[in-house]
Design a protein around this ligand. Structure first.
Ligand SMILES: Nc1ncnc2c1ncn2[C@@H]1O[C@H](COP(=O)(O)OP(=O)(O)OP(=O)(O)O)[C@@H](O)[C@H]1O
Ligand SMILES: [Mg+2]
Length: 416
């Protein structure tokens, strides 16, 4: 029997001694991300070009990995490079860490805080779609339902959804093209009208019973945690033709209604997304905080579904994949739906994860055994990429300007 002596070689040598051990690279289109470690070439990525070549069927991206291994740094560098290529950016920024990117690329910054100067109406119709069309109504129903789910902590029933629909139709009848607010919807859910009842072939008392939980939930949000932020007409005029927007949520990160705030801010963004006139990238950083929230999951699901039709890449960043996936067997609808964040994302960028987490995530991430063993050994800035069927290990390359923009350790160092 032929026996070969064990041999240790560098990756560079093994690539020439053992060709065909790694896949051919992706086409060199889109911004450079870094270096492909096994193939030794440049790694470029643009979901829109890859969609055109049918390498990807969905533009959504999931970025995961342990604290401090380079998730946000990669996303910031990627966004900057995409901004230079003309893409419109929107970032829901829970830690207020994208302000340097905003300054560098000229993005507008909206700082949200209760009773602060910025108020956004998540029911805004948007620039391209006239109020009163079914598209706008459908989106508004989605927002109110997602908020109601956040507030009551469970998916809403079909009866509850019907009352929300009836309330929005009533507001259209009354106001024509006037934009309704959450407060208007809440008032109608608390006191349904004869016309709403007739729409559903019932009487106002019965309707009020169906609407009770949703109405109380919305009341708690509008009068409490969301007060002054989402309960009236928008105070902000955004330059939609500009490079994009950062919604700074750092002042409300500790709020118990943080998920509902994300939903409202995201819903407000949906108005511009629906305009379809430019390729756009929407990022939700650190969304694990909201991931068990029925409303946030419903909103994310809806946004991912629309992303292809609207030419939007939806990027979610989490520390642990199990926050999204391993709960899927616990039987709750929210948990099952949360797994959609993993399965819908055809681009998965995984930085270092602990061994247990990597093993537990193997099936849902569709990794080979070697990939699951590799993930816990990845150094900072290096990630396992899955782009459709294509796999690569990529070291993100940051320029000196990127490093200054991405330094999340600044606060730690300035104390020493
Ligand atoms: N590719 C890289 N090259 C050089 N430095 C990097 C690279 N990636 C990350 N860093 C540095 O590592 C530090 C942590 O990175 P980052 O903030 O991106 O981590 P994170 O994974 O987002 O962590 P958290 O989960 O806490 O948000 C930053 O100061 C950043 O500048
Ligand atoms: Mg981060």
């Amino acid at each position: 029997m032929l026996r070969l002596a064990p041999m240790a070689v560098t990756t560079r040598h093994s690539a020439s001694a053992y060709p065909f051990q790694c896949q051919a690279g992706l086409p060199l289109v889109g911004p450079v991300i870094g270096q492909e470690v096994l193939g030794q070439g440049m790694f470029c990525y643009d979901p829109f070009c890859l969609y055109d070549t049918e390498t990807l069927l969905s533009p959504c991206m999931l970025v995961s990995g342990n604290k401090g291994y380079g998730k946000s740094a990669f996303v910031k560098a990627y966004l900057h490079r995409q901004s230079m290529a003309g893409k419109w950016l929107a970032i829901l920024d829970p830690k207020g860490e994208y302000l340097d990117l905003a300054a560098r690329d000229g993005l507008s910054v909206l700082g949200l805080r209760p009773h602060g100067p910025v108020r956004l109406n998540p029911l805004d119709a948007g620039p391209a779609l006239p109020a009163g069309t079914d598209d706008v109504r459908g989106r508004r129903i989605g927002v109110v339902v997602a908020l109601a789910e956040s507030a009551v902590g469970r998916p809403v029933s079909s009866d509850e959804r019907s009352v929300v629909t009836a309330a929005l139709m009533e507001l259209e009848r009354r106001g024509g093209r006037a934009v309704p607010t959450l407060r208007h919807v809440m008032d109608l859910l608390m006191g349904p009208t004869e016309a709403m009842a007739a729409e559903l072939n019932t009487d106002p008392e019965e309707l009020a019973k169906d609407a009770k939980s949703v109405a109380r939930g919305l009341h708690r949000l509008v009068e409490g945690d969301l007060a002054g932020m989402f309960d009236g007409a928008s105070t902000t005029k955004v330059e939609w033709s500009g490079p994009g927007i950062v919604i700074d949520l750092s002042a409300v990160l500790q709020s118990p209604a943080f998920s509902a705030i994300l939903v409202c801010a995201g819903a407000w963004l949906a108005q511009v997304v629906a305009a379809k006139d430019r390729q756009r990238i929407i990022v939700v950083d650190e969304c694990w905080k909201a991931i068990r929230d029925a409303g946030f999951v419903a909103w994310g699901e809806e946004t991912q579904k629309l992303s292809r039709a609207y030419g939007v890449q939806f990027v979610t960043i989490v520390q642990r994949i199990s926050d999204l996936a391993s709960q899927a067997d616990d039987g709750t609808t929210t948990s099952k739906r949360a797994q959609g964040f993993v399965t819908e994302a055809e681009t998965k960028v995984t930085f270092n994860l602990g061994g247990g987490e990597a093993r537990a995530s193997r099936d849902v991430m569709d990794w080979t055994e070697s990939e699951a063993l590799l993930v816990p050994k990845l150094p900072r800035g290096r990630a396992l990429w899955r782009v459709g069927e294509h796999g690569a290990i990529v070291q993100t390359i940051l320029s000196s300007l990127d490093v200054a923009m991405c330094d999340s350790n600044q606060a730690m160092r300035s104390r020493s």
